[in-house]
Design a protein around this ligand. Structure first.
Ligand SMILES: N#Cc1c(-c2ccc3ccn(Cc4ccncc4)c3c2)n[nH]c1N
Length: 245
């Protein structure tokens, strides 16, 4: 197996979609070995308590450190080399981007800690960092209820980069971000649909002109929707299209 992934959550059923489609195939093909664990496995009281009131006051509850400590003890064999990476989705995390997906696709073992409530006692991450690399990561500037959906997103972005998971046709989708622009629009049959026609050029068979048309469309879209992406393009890319303002 190329990669082992452990996910710990108080809502393990939230991760059920990881059994489906591409990720299901990656697991069946043996390239990905995934296990989802219920954090309450590592509680010992009759109510299986995972949360408590926050020191310093404030609204909501905080996840207790003890169950997380025992969960990580159980999931990280002593002396595992290289150590797993602990990924903790959090509103206070670093932005999750394709570069991180590529980095994490090269890991042998990932452990995802799904928080709920107001988050996980920070000492869990501090203690884990003495044994393994720890990354607090955020999907974006909006507020979720917990880390589970972030793990679904991250697992999709990482799994599709594992060898053999993408058919070569899909891998082109990955390429298209390589030029640092948004993708051009896509079309398929029928050529005319509800009065809307496919751009003639795409049916011309002139692959040079089609490539240019797609790049122009990608640039226009990027300029309109993500000007921030253009700001970081190497100048040569802009000069190529003589659109430098
Ligand atoms: N990744 C990611 C996220 C989260 C996120 C992730 C984990 C947890 C655990 C608990 N919460 C709820 C909460 C806690 C504190 N402040 C606000 C909300 C989470 C939110 N919100 N937005 C993102 N982009």
């Amino acid at each position: 197996t190329r990669m082992r992934v452990d996910v710990v959550s108080i809502f393990p059923e939230y991760l059920a979609p990881l059994d489906l489609s591409l990720i299901g195939r990656a697991r069946a093909s043996g390239v990905l070995d995934l296990a989802v664990h219920d954090l309450r496995t590592w509680t010992h009281d009759v109510h299986r308590t995972v949360d408590d009131t926050p020191y310093g006051g404030g609204p909501g509850m905080v996840m207790r450190p003890e169950p997380w400590g025992e969960a990580l003890d159980a999931l990280v064999p002593v002396g595992e080399e290289p150590p797993p990476r602990l990924v903790v989705p959090s509103p206070a995390g670093v932005p999750f981007r394709q570069a991180l997906a590529h980095e994490w696709a090269a890991e042998r073992h990932l452990i995802f800690a799904c928080g709920r409530y107001e988050g996980i006692d920070q000492r869990v991450l501090e203690h884990a960092a003495t044994r393994m690399p720890v990354t607090e990561v955020s999907l974006g500037d909006y507020v979720l209820f917990g880390g589970e959906v972030a793990v679904l997103v991250i697992m999709e972005a990482v799994t599709r980069l594992l060898p053999g998971v993408l058919g070569n046709a899909d891998s082109l989708a990955e390429e298209s971000h390589a030029h640092g622009l948004l993708e051009a629009p896509v079309y398929t049959k029928p050529p005319g649909w509800r009065g809307h026609d496919v751009p003639e050029i795409l049916r011309s068979g002139d692959h040079g002109r089609i490539a240019r048309w797609r790049r122009d469309e990608a640039l226009v879209r990027t300029a309109r929707r993500r000007p921030d992406m253009l700001a970081v393009l190497p100048a040569t890319e802009l000069d190529k299209r003589d659109i430098a303002a």
